[in-house]
Design a protein around this ligand. Structure first.
Ligand SMILES: [Zn+2]
Length: 70
């Protein structure tokens, strides 16, 4: 698996009108590592199950996961 650095807009910051990107590494994400927003410290991860906004971000990540397994 190649290592890919990615970022997604932080869903929590977006709701507050802020623009923040959460950087993550796909291979680590898929192995269960969580990544934190540098602004609000919200964490994202494949096992996250907290806020609806985070869940939306998780949908994107699951999409990514599906693409990577092809
Ligand atoms: Zn944030």
């Amino acid at each position: 698996m190649k290592v890919t650095n990615q970022s997604i807009p932080c869903p929590v910051c977006a709701e507050q009108g802020k623009d923040s990107q959460i950087q993550f590494e796909t291979s680590q994400l898929l192995s269960g590592v969580q990544f934190a927003c540098p602004v609000c410290q919200s964490t994202i991860g494949l096992s996250a199950e907290s806020k609806p906004a985070v869940r939306r971000a998780m949908d994107e990540l699951n999409e990514l996961k599906r693409n990577m397994s092809q």
